[in-house]
Design a protein around this ligand. Structure first.
Ligand code: B3K
Ligand code: ZN
Length: 886
C-alpha cells in the first residue's frame, strides 16, 4: 500500500472544463460513457505530459481523443490507472471513455451500487474512480451534464445533480433523463439515483426571491416519516441566510434516503443522499435523539453547499477545511434551534469521550493529517470534532462580527475554488487585521494540550493572578511540540456568586484594559501564547472564585487548583451555564478517579454526602432548564474516566460508575420518583425544547431508579414501557429495564422485537441496545444475534448497531479472557471481505490497546497481528492495523 503525503502535493498537469456523462443502467452491468474537455495547465509547451486517470474495478471498453479511437499502444492500464502517454499539445482536446461496471456486485458501497433495488452513488472521497476513469482529486472542478437511461418500471425516478433539462421514453420499456449542473464541482460531489421512489415536496423562497423546490425521496411507504426532515431542511435554509447571509443557488434541492449507506449522509450538489436513519422519523419510531440528529445532519449537509461545494478542498489533507467548518456551523444551528448551553454540553462530552482517546492513541493525527494510505480512514473525530473546535476558536478570538467578516471575505475570495486551511486562516486574519501567529499549529500538531492553572490573590495589592502553563503531549511521529495559541475565556465570581466587573489586567508587564467584546458580560478571553504566561487582574476587592475556560473556549485538558468547595460554589452560581455543568463534571471525575483507586486497593466504596447533596440540589432546582438538569446529574462516561487514567481499568471504572449510580438512586429515590411522576405526559409527541427536556429528565430519573433492582421500580418501568406513546419514552423504559439480567429483561426484549420487527430502523435500536449491554458474558448473546434473521452483515447500520456498539460496553469488550477482542477481530475480517470502510471503522475499538494492562495488551495485540497477517485484507484495515501495532 502506498502512503500519500501532504508535502508532495503537485498541481495537476491538466484541468477539465466540462464533463458529459451517460449511464446506461442494466441488471447485469452498467455502461458509463464520459466525454471530457481537457486543457493543459501550462499552455503551449512543446511536449505534453502524460494524462494519468484514476480507475478501480472498471472494465475499459474504449478510449477516444478528439473523436479518434486510441490503439493499445497509445495508453497503459494498471489496476489503478489509465495513462494516456502523449495527449495532444493543443489548448483544448476531448477525451471520450466508455467503461463497464457492476453495481449489483458492489458491496463496498462506494462508486455506483444498489440499495434496496435502487441505484445509488457515493463518491467521496475516492469513489468516482469506481465509475469511470477520471482525475479523481478535488482540485479538478468541472461543469457536468448527466444522462441516465434505465428501465422505466424498475427505475421510474432518475436523478442527478443540478437541473432536469430533458426527459423522455426510449425503446424497450426504457426512459431517460438529462441533468445539467451549472456549478463547477469536483467529482466527489457527483451523484446519481435511479429507482422506485416517491417524494415529499416542499418549497422555500430565498431572501432574494428565488423559489426553490424541495423534494425528499423515499420508498412510498416511508413518505409519512419525512415531515421532520422537511421541517429541518427549511429551518437550515433560513438559518444560513440569517446567520451567514448564504442563500441556496439552484431551483431544486433533493434529498434521497437509502437504507444501505456507509456513513450518515453526503452533500452531493443539490442531490444529498442520506442514510435512512437520518431522514425517517415518526413519534412512534424515532427518539428525541434521532430527531435532534436529523435536524443537525440535514443542516450539516445543506450547509456544505457553501462550505465544501462552492468553496472546496484543494486536496484531501484539507478535509477539515470543509468538515470542521461545517460541523461548527451545524452545532451553531442546533444551538439556535434548541438550548445553546445544552448543545455545548453535548458537543464537549462527545469530544472528550471519543476524540480525546483518538488523539492520545496510535492513530492520533493533526486536524490536517500529514499523510494517509486510505483517505476514508481520515474521516475522523479529530478532523470533524476537533476541527470544529478550531473554527470555534476563531470566533472566540475575533468575536461574532469579526468571524462573520472573515467568512464573508473567505467566500468573496474563494467562491468556485479548491483551497487550503491557510486560505481560511488568511481570510480571517485579513478581514480583521489581526495577527494570531501560532494559531496555525492547531492544524499541524496532534494531541490534546494540557493547560495547568494556578491562582493567587494578594489581598493587600487587591490583585489576582492566574498563571498558566501549557504542554502538548507527544504523538506518533511528533515527539516535540511547540506552544500553541490557546484562548481561555475567564470570569471571576465574588463571594455572592456574582460576576466581578473586570477592568484591567497586567500581562507581559503591560497594563491592558480588559476587553469583553463579543463575550458575555464580565468574561474576558486571555490569550495563552507561550509555554508559560501570567495574568494579573487589578482592583479585585476579595478573593474570587475563577470560572475558567468558559463555554469550553479551547479543546484542551484543563488542570486547575480549584478546591471541591470552589467547584460546588461554581456549580451553584456560575453565570456561564456550561461551566456550571463542568464544575459538576470535575467533581464527578475527581470522585470517580478516587473511588477507582479505592476499588483497585480493595477498599470499600463510599460516597461523600456533599456529592449526594449537590446532585439533590440540582435535581430540585426549579429555576434550571430540565435538559440541563438531566445533563448535570449524568455522570461522565466510562470512556472519559479511562482516558484520564495512566492504565485504564475497565472493571474498576465500571464498578465505580455503577456503584455511584446505585447509591444516588437509593439516596434520592423519593426525588427521582417525583421527577418521573411530574414529567410524565400523555399529550401527543412534540419535538421542541421544552418537551424534549421534560422527557430527558424523566428518563434519566427512571434509569437511575432501575439500578435499584427493586420489584416496585420494575413494575413502574414496565408500566412506563407499556403506556409510552412515543419511541423516546418507550425506548428509555426498555433501556432502563434491560440494565439488569433476568426474566423481565428477556421478556421485554422479546416483546419489543415482536412489536417492531417490521421496522428496520427500530430493530437496529434493539440490536444496538443489546450490543452495548454490560450484562456479564454478553459476547455470547451477540454471537447468537449474528444469526438472527433480521441481521445482515452487508448493511452498515446493522453492523454498526450489533458490532460497532459493542465496545460501548468496556467491561465486555475488554473482558479479561479476551473474548471481546476475539469477537471483534473475527468481525473485522468478515466485514472487510464485503465492505472495507465498514471494517476499518470497527478497528477503532482497538485504537487505545496500549492504554490497558499487560494481559489485555497481549490479547488485543494478538488480534491485531492476526488481522494484519491475514491474506487479502483491504488497505483500509491494513492502515489502521499496522499503525496500531507500530
Ligand atoms: N462528506 C461526507 C462524508 C464522506 C465520507 C467518505 N468516506 C459527509 C459529511 O461529512 O457531510
Ligand atoms: Zn460534512
Amino acid at each position: 500500500p502506498k502512503e500519500i503525503f501532504l508535502k508532495d502535493y503537485n498541481k495537476p498537469n491538466y484541468y477539465f472544463n466540462t464533463v458529459d456523462l451517460t449511464f446506461s443502467l442494466g441488471e447485469e452491468h452498467t455502461i458509463v460513457s464520459s466525454n471530457i474537455t481537457v486543457y493543459p495547465r501550462i499552455e503551449g509547451s512543446s511536449s505534453s505530459p502524460p494524462l494519468v486517470l484514476d480507475g478501480v474495478d472498471l472494465k475499459l471498453v474504449s478510449v477516444k481523443i478528439d473523436g479518434k479511437e486510441l490503439q493499445e499502444e497509445d495508453y497503459q492500464q494498471d489496476a489503478r490507472h489509465l495513462t494516456i502517454s502523449s495527449p495532444p499539445s493543443t489548448a483544448r482536446f476531448t477525451v471520450e471513455i466508455v467503461t463497464e461496471i457492476y453495481p449489483q456486485k458492489n458491496t463496498s458501497l462506494e462508486g455506483l451500487y444498489i440499495s434496496s433495488g435502487n441505484f445509488v452513488t457515493q463518491c467521496e472521497a475516492e469513489g468516482f474512480r469506481k465509475i469511470t476513469y477520471y482525475q479523481d482529486r478535488p482540485d479538478i472542478m468541472a461543469k457536468y451534464t448527466c444522462r441516465v437511461e434505465g428501465d422505466k418500471t424498475l427505475y421510474p425516478v432518475l436523478l442527478s445533480n443540478g437541473n432536469l433539462v430533458e426527459q423522455g421514453d426510449l425503446e424497450g420499456g426504457k426512459h431517460y433523463a438529462v441533468w445539467e449542473d451549472p456549478h463547477k464541482k469536483p467529482c466527489y460531489l457527483f451523484a446519481l439515483v435511479a429507482g422506485d421512489l416517491q417524494s415529499r415536496d416542499g418549497s422555500f423562497v430565498t431572501r432574494s426571491g428565488r423559489k426553490v423546490a424541495l423534494r425528499i425521496w423515499t420508498p412510498a411507504e416511508d413518505l409519512p416519516k419525512t415531515v421532520h426532515a422537511m421541517y429541518s431542511l427549511k429551518a437550515a435554509m433560513k438559518w444560513d441566510e440569517d446567520v451567514f447571509g448564504l442563500e441556496y443557488d439552484l431551483d431544486l434541492f433533493n434529498i434521497v434516503a437509502v437504507p444501505d449507506f456507509n456513513m450518515g449522509a453526503m452533500e452531493n450538489k443539490s442531490l444529498n443522499i442520506f442514510n435512512s436513519v437520518l431522514v425517517l422519523a415518526s413519534p412512534e419510531t424515532a427518539t428525541d435523539v434521532n430527531y435532534a440528529q436529523i435536524l443537525g445532519v440535514i443542516g450539516h449537509e445543506y450547509f456544505h453547499n457553501w462550505t465544501g461545494n462552492r468553496v472546496t478542498c484543494r486536496d484531501w489533507f484539507q478535509l477539515s477545511l470543509k468538515e470542521g467548518l461545517t460541523v461548527f456551523r451545524d452545532h451553531e444551528f442546533s444551538s439556535d434551534m434548541g438550548s445553546r448551553a445544552v448543545q455545548r454540553i453535548k458537543d464537549v462530552s462527545y469530544l472528550r469521550e471519543y476524540q480525546f482517546p483518538e488523539d492520545a492513541g496510535p492513530i492520533a493525527h493533526p486536524v490536517r493529517p500529514h499523510s494517509y494510505i486510505k483517505m476514508d480512514n481520515f474521516y475522523t473525530l479529530t478532523v470533524y470534532e476537533k476541527g470544529a473546535e478550531v473554527v470555534r476558536m476563531y470566533k472566540t478570538l475575533l468575536g461574532s462580527q469579526g468571524f462573520r467578516r472573515g467568512m464573508d471575505l473567505y467566500f468573496k475570495r474563494h467562491d468556485g475554488q479548491a483551497v487550503t486551511c491557510e486560505d481560511f486562516y488568511a481570510a480571517m486574519r485579513d478581514a480583521n487585521n489581526v495577527d494570531f501567529a501560532n494559531f496555525l499549529l492547531w492544524y499541524s500538531q496532534a494531541g490534546t494540550p494540557t493547560v495547568k492553572v494556578t491562582s493567587f490573590y494578594n489581598s493587600e495589592a487587591k490583585t489576582y493572578s492566574l498563571k498558566f502553563s501549557q504542554e502538548v503531549p507527544p504523538t506518533p511521529g511528533q515527539a516535540v511540540k511547540e506552544p500553541m495559541l490557546i484562548p481561555v475565556a475567564v470570569g471571576l465570581l465574588d463571594s455572592n456568586g456574582k460576576d466581578m466587573p473586570l477592568t484591567s489586567v497586567y500581562h507581559d508587564e503591560m497594563l491592558q484594559e480588559v476587553s469583553t467584546d463579543g463575550q458575555p458580560a464580565n468574561t474576558t478571553v486571555l490569550l495563552i501564547k507561550k509555554k508559560e504566561e501570567e495574568f494579573l487582574f487589578s482592583e479585585i476587592s476579595e478573593r474570587p472564585v475563577p470560572s475558567l475556560l468558559r463555554g469550553y473556549s479551547a479543546p484542551i485538558r484543563l488542570d486547575s487548583d480549584l478546591t471541591d468547595s470552589d467547584l460546588f460554589f461554581l456549580l451553584a452560581h456560575d453565570s456561564d451555564e456550561f461551566n456550571r455543568w463542568e464544575a459538576g463534571q470535575v467533581l464527578a471525575r475527581n470522585l470517580m478517579l478516587s473511588l477507582v483507586a479505592d476499588f483497585q486497593q480493595n477498599k470499600p466504596l463510599a460516597l461523600k454526602a456533599d456529592f449526594v447533596h449537590g446532585v439533590r440540589s440540582i435535581l430540585s432546582d426549579d429555576s434550571l432548564d430540565k435538559e440541563f438538569i438531566a445533563k448535570a446529574i449524568d455522570l461522565p462516561g466510562e470512556g472519559e474516566i479511562m482516558d484520564m487514567m495512566d492504565i485504564a481499568d475497565p472493571d474498576a471504572v465500571h464498578a465505580v460508575r455503577s456503584f455511584i449510580r446505585k447509591h444516588l438512586a437509593s439516596e434520592l429515590k423519593a426525588e427521582f420518583l417525583k421527577t418521573v411522576e411530574n414529567n410524565r405526559s400523555s399529550d401527543p409527541y412534540i419535538f421542541d425544547h421544552s418537551n424534549m427536556s421534560r422527557r430527558a429528565l424523566k428518563n434519566i430519573a427512571l434509569s437511575y431508579l432501575a439500578t435499584l433492582e427493586d420489584a416496585q421500580i420494575t413494575e413502574l418501568a414496565l408500566n412506563e414501557y407499556r403506556t409510552a406513546t412515543n419511541m423516546t419514552d418507550q425506548f428509555a423504559a426498555l433501556t432502563a429495564l434491560v440494565q439488569n439480567p433476568g426474566e423481565t429483561r428477556d421478556e421485554v426484549l422479546a416483546d419489543f422485537y415482536s412489536k417492531w420487527e417490521h421496522d428496520f430502523l427500530v430493530v437496529n435500536k434493539w440490536f444496538g441496545l443489546q450490543a452495548m449491554s454490560d450484562i456479564p458474558g454478553n459476547v455470547e448473546n451477540l454471537r447468537k444475534l449474528l444469526q438472527h434473521p433480521a441481521f445482515d452483515l452487508r448493511n452498515p447500520n446493522k453492523v454498526r448497531s450489533l458490532i460497532g456498539r459493542f465496545p460501548n460496553s468496556p467491561v465486555n469488550f475488554h473482558a479479561k479472557d479476551g473474548s471481546g477482542y476475539k469477537f471483534m477481530g473475527e468481525m473485522v475480517l468478515q466485514v472487510d471481505k464485503l465492505n472495507p470502510q465498514g471494517a476499518s471503522r470497527l478497528m477503532s475499538a482497538f485504537s487505545r490497546w496500549k492504554h490497558y494492562d499487560e494481559t489485555r495488551q497481549a490479547l488485543a495485540k494478538a488480534q491485531l497481528e492476526m488481522i494484519l497477517s491475514t491474506n487479502g485484507i483491504s488497505e483500509n484495515v491494513f492502515e489502521i492495523a499496522s499503525k496500531s501495532l507500530a
